[in-house]
Design a protein around this ligand. Structure first.
Ligand code: AFP
Length: 403
């Protein structure tokens, strides 16, 4: 009889904990504090994984209720029961990790200060702060589709003698000391980076351990997938739609689950790009900067990818508030470059002083994205489309505007 070898045997028994500790030894002067924090995240992930897998059986599907009505998080979004469970679990586990000084969670309005003296478990405040989306894509839970957890870890800048400050959390993504995600999917994976490449670990439920299964993850050279909520395409900032048409023309396929972790993970493995641009209704985008966009930007960079928030490199963007939203484009560098080219081509038009960002008439359609019914310009005159040089620039830049 053929017995399938255990995953651990197939991949060499390199557990998450062993790997984290082995990596720590490569850093001169490392204290082990970050290693401890990362393994604690692995522990919390196992607890959440257990609940996610049994959600249909244990009565924890659906929205979280308090006093007979559904609760909402700081963003005004309905909270699922599992959102609340995952938030409690990560806060409890991270709160008892002596290395943590504060937590910002999607589900909590304010910083959760972790005072270890008060908790009777040590002295003062830890040196790291954690930004976390405990259950990303939670509306997927009720229909049995993948969800995830996303986390980013910064070293505090404020003195450790006092509580963490908002500035400790609002650092650029490039300054993260570690970031990662957990994907609760057909199998559960933890993927993380401390700035030396990206490594993925698959959970073996029969043993209760994460084992290294995807060492040194990189975006494949050839991209096959683009991910965007198609319902937003017509309302997205100019440039996105021509880029998507270009993806289709080149034979990329569309995949979108509505859970950022799942979409990012698939694109990291299969090659591609994820887009959540600003739209008419949400010009600043939907996704959260600190605990969705920044950790994934850090990982994408480590995996050879690029990340933008519209016209800026997201890795360098300085957050301005704890629950700030941002547009997000992340994936293989050549796809991001093509997208940026499309955005820039449209920006040149929109910012043109003569057209002043207004929409253009049918005759302009060959050159710019426009609404044929609402063009206020005299289309008979080329000057109504902008200066001759701007037009020439548009024509030569790329094929994106020739739609
Ligand atoms: P939830 O966690 O509230 O379900 O939001 C999921 C999410 O933040 C991200 O994971 C998805 O990629 C994105 O929103 C989906 O948003 P749309 O439903 O607007 O496409």
């Amino acid at each position: 009889m053929y017995l399938r070898p255990k995953l651990s045997a197939m991949i060499g028994a390199n557990t998450l904990q062993e790997f984290v500790v082995a990596r720590q030894a490569e850093f001169a002067g490392a204290t082990g504090d970050l290693s401890r924090l990362l393994t604690d995240i692995g522990t919390a992930a196992k607890m959440v994984n257990r609940h996610v897998n049994r959600a249909g059986l244990s009565g924890i599907l659906g929205t979280h209720q308090e006093n007979g009505s559904g609760t909402r998080n700081v963003q005004g979004e309905a909270q699922q029961k599992l959102d609340v469970y995952a938030d409690d679990t990560f806060n409890r586990v991270l709160g008892s990790c002596l290395k943590v000084g504060g937590i910002v969670s999607e589900e909590q309005p304010d910083i959760i200060h972790v005072d270890h003296t008060e908790r009777g478990q040590g002295k003062g405040y830890g040196k790291y702060v954690v930004c976390i989306d405990p259950l990303d894509g939670s509306s997927n839970v009720d229909v049995n589709i993948s969800v995830g957890t996303i986390f980013g870890i910064h070293k505090r800048r404020s003195p450790l003698t006092g509580p963490a400050t908002p500035q400790d959390f609002m650092q650029p993504a490039k300054d993260l000391v570690a970031a990662g995600y957990v994907l609760y999917g057909s199998s559960t994976m933890l993927v993380y980076s401390t700035g030396c490449g990206v490594n993925g670990f698959t959970f073996d439920p029969s043993i209760g351990e994460f084992f290294l299964s995807h060492p040194n993850m990189k975006f494949p050279e050839e991209s096959t997938v683009y991910s965007i909520n198609d319902a937003n395409l017509d309302k997205s900032i100019p440039g996105v739609k021509p880029y998507v048409k270009d993806c289709r023309r080149r034979g990329l396929t569309a995949r979108y689950t509505g859970a950022l972790v799942a979409d990012f993970h698939r694109n990291l493995i299969q090659g591609g790009i994820y887009m959540y641009p600003g739209t008419d209704a949400k010009p600043g985008g939907k996704l959260r900067m600190l605990y969705e966009a920044q950790p994934l930007a850090f990982l994408a960079n480590q995996a050879g990818g690029k990340t933008r928030c519209h016209h800026q490199d997201l890795l360098h963007a300085l957050p301005t508030s704890l629950h700030q939203r941002t547009p997000l484009f992340t994936g293989h560098p050549s796809e991001i470059d093509r997208l940026v080219q499309a955005l820039e081509a449209q920006k040149a038009t929109v910012l043109n002083p003569i057209t002043q960002g207004r929409k253009h008439a049918p005759a302009c359609r060959r050159l710019v994205m426009c609404n044929p019914t609402s063009c206020p310009h005299d289309i008979s005159s080329p000057s109504s489309l902008g200066s001759a040089s701007a037009l020439a620039q548009l024509k030569t830049r790329s094929s994106f505007q020739m739609l």
